[in-house]
Ligand binder design. Sequence first.
Ligand code: 3PG
Length: 314
Amino acid sequence: KARTVLLATEKAFAADAVSKIEAVTSAAGYKLVRLENYKSKDDLLKAVADADAMIIRSDKVDQAVLDKAAKLKIVVRAGAGYDNIDLKATEGKGVVSMNTPGQNANAVAELVFGMMITSARNNYDGTSGFELVNRSIAFYGFGAVARAVHKLAQGFGMKSFAYDPYIPAEKIAEMGATPVATVAGLFEHQYVSLHVPLTAETKASINKELLMKMPKGGTLINTARCEVVHEADMVEVFKARQDFCYLCDVAPDDKAAKEAMTAAVGDKFGKRLIFTAKKMGAQTLEANDNCGVAAANQIVAFFEKGETRFALKA
Ligand code: 3PG
């Protein structure tokens, strides 16, 4: 019987990307089942029963999903961050998990600049803004997304700084950014852009102490995960500093937290606090194509050739 690949995306890919995914799965003789824009976890629990493989985005794969997934061998997160997969549970069941690192990096990088320019130009309200040229941007984490932002920053004539506990300082320097020795050191720069995964170590780690260190016009950019920021501290920083800005593609799910931040900043014009309406850093045609097709190819290579290059470990 032909293998079944379930495309389970609460936030759907562009139709064009889905056609390309299907082209890959059909060429391998697999069947693609689509569960897009689904509204309830029950739909996912039902659909997963027949799946040999799964392509997901930020969709949660936990024990409940795995309990229903009798045939599942592999799940590929079409994207970078995999905090939505319970890796202990997948490993426990012998299911291989993968991501598609780098495939949506440029999309996120362009959004970072979109938000920076919107903020620097006062959301185009007619008052004088400022230019990005000669300003400093410091990256917490220097993986694929941060490097893509850095490349654009070079084009803008900005100065880049970076701290990444997993990348040697010499390598950061080779890529044209100035290495920074500590997380705190990043906050001496006007822009700090977060590119770390959500882990026990990074959770709520961006706190008041760090944010209060930032120079005048200090701006935190978060296209990583909302949970990395200490939300209650952020509210206090907004109250304490009239100059501080937060540009965020990953607003808290929690309505009260969002409202508290919005009330603290009192920013009716979207200059100091930008929340995208929906997490959309990776929501471009190109990123959907890149991530979706990479995921489909990884599934085919796994079944046909036993390839596990992008396999994740708990
Ligand atoms: C990622 O980790 O790749 C991004 O956060 C994209 O997430 P999304 O696929 O849910 O848009």
